[in-house]
Design a protein around this ligand. Structure first.
Ligand code: ZN
Length: 539
C-alpha cells in the first residue's frame, strides 16, 4: 500500500507514522543555544506544497546527519519527526507546532531535476514602515535586491561584519550589517555574486538607528539568497527597468541620508512624549513633536566628527583620520551639537540635536559656535531665542549610558523637521498651554525686550569682535563658505542676566515656566524663522 502524504497542518502533537513532502525555505547556521550549558543547534524552515511553513530544529550529533540533506529550496520526504509546540520566536504563520529531527527521523530525497517555486507567503515589511520597528525587539522580514557589498570589517579577533545595500520595490535603499556567521556564509556568497544583484529575503532582522536607520542580523535571523519565487520574473523586470535610477540613488548614498530614510511621518505615527518615554523597555525610537528651547547648563555647542559617518572624534578639523567607526579615511568636520528640550502637551524631554538639523534651527555655523566658546562669549540667550521660534517633528532615540556608577538615559534627535518644512502636510498639534511664540516673548518680558535692543547691550569693542567673527571667511573650515551666507551675524550680550547662568539651570527653567500662555493652531499655521539658510551638504 503506497504511503499517504500529509500536509503540515495535519501533523499535530503526538502524530505517528506520517510523511510530508517538504521544501527547504531556509537553512540556518550551526549555532550554540543560549542555554547553560549551551547545545549546538541548527534550524531549518520548511514548507509543504500548500505553503504552510514549519520551523524545524536538530541538535548536536544529528546536525551532521541532517545537514547533508535539507539543502535550500530542494524537496524531501520528511517522516516521523518529533512534533512539539513551536517556540514563539521561530513560529511562522498559522502552524502551532515545530519539529525536532533526531536519529529516528526519516528524510528521503525527492528526485526532481529542478525544485518548484516556493509556495509559501512571506509576511514582508515595507521599508517606509521601518521606523515603527526601530530600536525595538520587533524583528521584521524584508525582501530586496542587493546592489552593493562593502568589504569585510574585522572588528576584533572574534568579530567580523560586512555591510550590504538593499533596494526594494519602494526604491528605498537600506544598509544591512551581516555579523559573523551571516557574513561568513551569506555575506561572502552575496559579495561573490554582487554583479548579478541577487534578490534576498531576510527573516527576523532588527531595525536599528545606526546610520539613521539600518538592518542588522540577530542570532535568530535568516537570509535566503535568490529564492525561487513565483513573482521572481516580474521583480527582475522591475529591477531592470529602474536600474539607472537605482544606480543614481546608490551614487547619491541615499542609504545614508536621513531625509530619504526618515521622511516626514504620518500623523498617527507621532507619539506623545510621555508615551515615548514610557515605552523605553520595548522600543527606544519614535517620532515625537513639540516646541523647542535650549537646555541650559552647557557651555560647548559644537563637536568634531568624522565627515563620513558623523561619529564624534576628538581630533582637529584639518586632520585626515582613519575613522574607528566607519573605517574610512576621512576629514574631520565641525558639527553643531545643541542640548534642547522638546515639549508637547504630555511631557518634556531633554535631547541632543546635531549637524544640519541643529544648524537650521540656530542659524549659526559650527565655526561660529566654536569661535564663540573659544573667545568666552555666552551665547545661551541667542541660541534659546532662535530655538524658541520652532516647533519640530523629530525622530528621537533613547539610550542608556553609565554615569557615576548608574545608568543614565540620554536622547538624540535622529532627524528633525520644522513646521515650515512640513507646511504641505499639516499635522494637528497638541502643545502645552504655557508655550510661547517668539514675537510675544520679546514684548512680554523685560529680559527679552532688553536683548532685542542690541545697541544698548554691545560696546564698540564687542561689535568689532562680532563683525570679525561674522566675516570670518578665511577659516579653513569649508562649511563656512557653504552656510554662512544666509546666517545672521552673531549678537553676544556682554552681561548675561543671572537666570541664564549655566550653573543655574533650575532658575532658568522657572523663568520659562512664568511665560504667558499661547495656544497653537495647526502646525501649518506656525511660522518658522524667515531667515532660511541654504541646505548644507552633510555627507
Ligand atoms: Zn566615520
Amino acid at each position: 500500500m503506497p504511503r499517504h502524504i500529509s500536509s503540515v497542518l495535519n501533523i499535530q502533537k503526538g502524530a505517528e507514522k506520517w510523511t510530508v513532502l517538504a521544501q527547504v525555505v531556509h537553512r540556518g547556521h550551526s549555532q550554540l543555544t543560549r542555554e547553560v550549558p549551551p547545545r549546538r543547534i541548527m534550524r531549518f524552515l520548511l514548507t509543504d506544497t500548500e505553503g504552510t511553513k514549519v520551523s524545524v530544529v536538530t541538535y548536536e550529533q544529528h546536525i551532521k546527519t541532517f545537514s547533508k540533506f535539507l539543502q535550500p529550496y530542494q524537496r524531501y520526504y520528511v517522516s516521523n519527526a518529533i512534533v512539539v509546540p513551536a517556540d514563539p520566536t521561530y513560529r511562522v504563520g498559522t502552524y502551532e507546532c515545530s519539529w525536532i529531527l533526531n536519529y529516528k527521523t526519516l528524510i528521503e530525497n525527492y528526485a526532481e531535476p529542478v525544485p518548484p517555486m516556493l509556495p509559501c507567503i512571506f509576511e514582508l515589511t515595507n521599508f517606509s514602515d521601518l521606523h515603527k520597528y526601530a530600536d525595538s525587539d520587533n524583528l521584521c522580514n524584508i525582501r530586496g535586491f542587493v546592489i552593493h557589498a562593502f568589504p569585510i570589517k574585522q572588528l576584533d579577533p572574534d568579530s567580523i561584519s560586512r555591510d550590504i545595500i538593499i533596494v526594494n520595490e519602494e526604491k528605498k535603499l537600506m544598509l544591512m550589517t551581516l555579523w559573523n556567521e551571516f557574513e561568513h556564509d551569506e555575506g561572502s556568497k552575496i559579495a561573490d555574486m554582487i554583479s548579478t544583484a541577487p534578490l534576498i529575503i531576510a527573516l527576523r532582522v532588527k531595525v536599528t538607528t545606526f546610520n539613521t536607520l539600518s538592518f542588522t542580523t540577530r542570532y535568530s535571523s535568516g537570509i535566503l539568497i535568490s529564492p525561487p519565487l513565483p513573482d521572481e520574473l516580474s521583480l527582475r523586470q522591475w529591477f531592470s527597468l529602474n536600474k539607472e535610477e537605482i544606480r543614481n540613488l546608490l551614487d547619491a548614498k541615499t542609504y545614508n541620508d536621513a531625509s530619504y530614510l526618515l521622511p516626514p511621518p504620518n500623523e498617527e505615527d507621532i507619539k506623545a512624549i510621555s508615551n515615548f518615554q514610557a515605552s523605553f523597555p520595548v522600543q527606544k525610537a519614535a517620532w515625537v513633536q513639540g516646541t523647542v528651547k535650549l537646555a541650559y547648563g552647557f557651555s560647548k555647542y559644537w563637536t568634531t566628527a568624522c565627515a563620513n559617518c558623523h561619529k564624534i572624534v576628538n581630533a582637529d578639523i584639518d586632520w585626515i583620520i582613519h575613522c574607528p567607526s566607519c573605517k574610512q579615511q576621512t576629514e574631520v568636520e565641525l558639527r553643531a551639537r545643541i542640548p534642547i528640550i522638546i515639549t508637547d502637551a504630555s511631557s518634556s524631554i531633554h535631547c541632543i540635536i546635531s549637524g544640519e538639523d541643529a544648524e537650521k534651527l540656530i542659524e549659526f555655523t559650527p565655526l561660529q559656535l566654536k569661535q564663540a566658546q573659544e573667545d568666552g562669549f555666552q551665547i545661551d540667550t541667542e541660541l534659546n531665542d532662535a530655538l524658541k521660534k520652532y516647533t519640530v517633528v523629530c525622530f528621537l532615540k533613547s539610550y542608556e549610558t553609565p554615569f557615576q556608577g548608574q545608568l543614565q538615559r540620554k536622547n538624540t534627535v535622529i532627524k528633525a523637521y520644522t513646521a515650515a518644512e512640513l507646511s504641505d502636510r499639516p499635522l494637528p498639534l497638541e502643545l502645552p498651554e504655557n508655550t510661547q511664540v517668539f514675537s510675544e516673548l520679546r514684548s512680554s518680558s523685560a529680559r527679552h525686550a532688553e536683548t532685542s535692543s542690541k545697541d544698548q547691550l554691545f560696546t564698540p569693542s564687542t561689535k568689532l569682535v562680532l563683525e570679525e567673527i561674522a566675516g570670518a571667511s578665511s577659516y579653513k573650515d569649508s562649511q563656512t563658505s557653504a552656510t554662512s551666507g544666509a546666517k545672521r551675524s552673531l549678537e553676544f550680550p556682554e552681561d548675561l542676566p543671572a537666570d541664564t547662568d549655566p550653573k543655574q539651570p533650575t532658575k532658568a527653567a522657572e523663568e520659562f515656566a512664568k511665560e504667558p500662555a499661547k495656544s497653537y493652531g495647526p502646525l501649518a499655521n506656525i511660522k518658522d524663522s524667515p531667515a532660511k539658510k541654504p541646505k548644507a551638504k552633510e555627507d
